[in-house]
Every structure is written in structure tokens, then in C-alpha cells.
Design a binder for this molecule. Structure first.
Ligand code: PEP
Ligand code: MG
Length: 318
């Protein structure tokens, strides 16, 4: 209980034996950033920038974007804010970058791929992020969505560097990126695992279809293997790996992710107190035991049941 109160006050997340686990917020607009700061988030682990682009027929100009990003950064002075570049396509179509007639939009030109035909949209966005970062005091990191190959990671990092953005990384939400994280992380300074899409693509199960929920869960051993592979790549290259998908908000799964090697968790702000509370009761070693138990379980449901049984603290949560 004391830990939950501390989380609201912004105390840094940590395991019972003091291993830091940054507890960050997923944010979709300036109002969300203010709310996340008030909820005690240590920073922003995922700023979804689509809010300035959705419902428009042309991309917003650089000045307008600078203004929007500054509002978000201003809510987290001196703190880490990870800005994700535009993730258009699939569930977020935008007329100026995505084609309306793709037979399979989740596998189409989405995320970073939209920059192949529309490089100026990405360059304008990076210019705006760099300008906002230059005037605000936040620690700004930038990452691209839907990166699938090491070449894409290298190109993205180079483009960010051209704008003076040194902390450039990749989202890992495509199985190819997880399996070859060791290659992507030669270039990328960090990885942030998007478990929503990573689960969708690992299980070939549309994340929007409730009918497929038994497949579309990050408790699936195959998904946990992909998280482990990403963390192994991060350890090999000395780069941090975080999670910013919904899995991070599950108070039973969060310590499993930490046990797999994840060093930051970004989530909807309302999940922060429970995740902080659970982490504060388990040591780093115990997190590894939870991860081993989940990986050894016979399926997603068994993994979840086994881990929950090992975490009686979950029953104390509101
Ligand atoms: C994800 O895929 O897990 C993620 C964080 O990105 P989004 O939900 O915006 O696709
Ligand atoms: Mg995603």
C-alpha cells in the first residue's frame, strides 16, 4: 500500500531488492501527458504522435507540430519522453500517406514504411521533434514503429542523427525484428517492444478481433520467447529494452517481462500504481523465476495461472 502511494508521488519504480525499472506512461496528446505526470509517471515511454495527423487531408506543418510536441515535453521537465514517429496505416489510415485499397492493411505500407514514398512527412516530423527538444528541458528519445529489418533501423537512426536527434531507437513489434534484435541494435540505441502488434503478428491473430482473444494474448509462450530474444539482443549490444504494449500494464505479466530482461515499462497511467506495487514485492531473482515458470508453462492460460499463483500480492490490489 505504501508503495502504491509512492508511485502516485513519482517515486522511481524498482524491484524489492532495488533494481530500477522505469515506470513510464503511454500518452496520446498534451492532455494525456499532463494527466500522466499527475499520476506519477517517471516519463513518457510512448508518445503516439498520430493526434496531430488524424482527420487531416494534408500533413500538419512543422510549426504546428513543434507547438504540439512542446506541450507534451513541458509536462515532463528533465524526464525521458520517447516520441514515436507517425504510425499511419492499418487501424490508423491517413489519406496523405496510406493507400485506401490495400487487400491486407495490417501487412501493408504502414508505420515507418509510409516514409518510403513520403520521406518529407518523416523529415518534417523529425525536424519538429528536434526543434521542440531544443527549447524544452525533457530528455527526448525518438523511435520508429513497424521496423522489420536492420537496414531500416540503420536508415532511421541516420535520419534522426541528421536532425541532431542522437537517442534514436526502434519499436520491436514485428517478429523479424525481435528475432534479429541483435542486428537492429547495432544501429538503434534502444528497443521498445510493442506487444500489441508483436502478439498480433506472432500469432497471426487480428488484434481487433475479440473472437481471437485466446490467441491474442502476450502470455503466449511464443510471444514471451520473442521478448526474450529482443532482450538477448539488447544485452549483447548493451542497449536498453523496454515494453510499451498493453502487456506492461498487466501487474502479473510486468514482473515476468522484467525477469526476461526488460528495464522499463510504459503503460496507461491508471495501471502504474498496481504495477509499481507488485514490482516492489519481488526481487530481480524472483522475476527471473517467474519468467522461467511462464516460459515452461503449457500454453498462455497455464503461464498466466502459474505466475498468478506465485504472486499472492495480486490479491491485495484494488
Ligand atoms: C503496440 O503495438 O504494442 C504499440 C504499443 O503500438 P500501437 O498499440 O500504437 O500499435
Ligand atoms: Mg503497434
Amino acid at each position: 500500500r505504501t508503495v502504491r502511494r509512492a508511485a502516485r508521488l513519482g517515486a522511481p519504480g524498482a524491484t524489492a531488492d532495488g533494481m530500477p525499472v522505469a515506470l513510464l506512461a503511454n500518452v496520446a496528446d498534451p492532455a494525456g501527458a499532463a494527466a500522466a505526470a499527475a499520476a506519477g509517471a517517471e516519463g513518457v515511454g510512448l508518445l503516439r504522435t498520430e493526434f496531430r495527423f488524424l482527420g487531416r487531408t494534408v500533413a500538419p506543418g512543422v510549426d504546428e507540430q513543434v507547438d504540439a510536441y512542446r506541450q507534451v515535453l513541458a509536462a515532463f521537465p528533465g524526464r525521458k519522453v520517447v516520441v514515436r514517429t507517425l504510425d499511419a496505416g492499418a487501424d490508423k489510415p491517413l489519406p496523405f500517406v496510406t493507400a485506401p485499397d490495400e487487400p491486407n492493411p495490417a501487412l501493408g505500407v504502414r508505420g515507418l514504411r509510409t516514409a518510403w514514398d513520403h520521406p518529407q512527412v518523416l523529415d518534417d516530423q523529425l525536424a519538429a521533434i528536434a526543434r521542440a527538444a531544443a527549447v524544452e528541458d525533457a530528455d527526448v528519445w525518438v523511435m520508429a514503429p513497424m521496423v522489420a529489418t536492420a537496414e531500416e533501423a540503420r536508415d532511421f537512426v541516420e535520419r534522426c542523427a541528421a536532425h541532431g536527434l542522437a537517442q534514436a531507437g526502434v519499436m520491436v513489434e514485428v517478429p523479424s525484428a525481435a528475432l534479429r534484435a541483435r542486428d537492429l541494435l547495432v544501429h538503434a540505441r534502444f528497443a521498445s517492444i510493442g506487444t500489441n502488434d508483436l502478439t498480433q503478428y506472432a500469432m497471426a491473430a487480428d488484434r481487433e478481433l475479440a473472437r481471437l482473444a485466446r490467441l491474442s494474448t502476450s502470455w503466449q509462450p511464443a510471444v514471451l520467447d520473442l521478448v526474450a530474444a529482443t532482450c538477448a539482443g539488447g544485452a549483447l549490444r548493451g542497449r536498453p529494452v523496454g515494453v510499451c504494449g498493453e502487456a506492461a500494464a498487466d501487474p502479473a505479466l510486468a514482473p515476468v517481462l522484467v525477469g526476461l530482461g526488460v528495464s522499463s515499462l510504459s503503460m496507461t497511467p491508471r495501471a502504474l500504481p498496481d504495477v509499481a506495487a507488485v514490482l516492489a514485492t519481488v526481487t530481480a531473482d524472483r522475476c527471473r523465476e517467474l519468467a522461467d515458470a511462464a516460459l515452461a508453462a503449457d500454453g498462455a492460460e497455464a503461464a498466466r495461472d502459474t505466475v498468478r499463483a506465485m504472486l499472492p500480492v495480486l490479491e491485495d490490489l484494488g
